[in-house]
Design a protein around this ligand. Structure first.
Ligand code: FES
Length: 103
């Protein structure tokens, strides 16, 4: 099925490009422009981008088991210790941004 009318890209072509990108780096953040760049294309009207995002999510979820088998590398944020809760400063005042406190 044609997903991108402007570039005449099919579901299979987009899925294959996402799979190649994930094979290069399983924890890579992939957005539609990443996929199009890898295919030597670029978004024109970008009306297909919501469908491309859905395909990226679908392929990424499908490849999750193979990620674990590939060595189970932790996401960069985990490796950097960014996901662990930070302790409050000794003053007791939370100096993190409002957005960080909500997370
Ligand atoms: S439909 Fe894909 S860029 Fe226009």
């Amino acid at each position: 099925m044609i997903v991108c009318q402007c570039n005449l890209l099919s579901t299979a072509e987009i899925e294959a490009a996402v799979e190649r990108l994930l094979a290069e780096d399983p924890w890579r953040l992939i957005v539609p422009s990443t996929v199009y760049h890898a295919m030597g294309r670029r978004g024109r009207c970008c009306g297909c981008f919501p469908d491309v995002v859905a395909l990226i999510a679908e392929v990424t979820a499908r490849m999750q088991p193979s990620r674990a088998a590939a060595g189970g590398r932790a996401p960069a944020a985990d490796r950097a210790g960014l996901t662990a809760p930070r302790p409050l400063p000794k003053s007791g005042v939370d100096t993190r941004s409002r957005r960080a406190r909500q997370v």
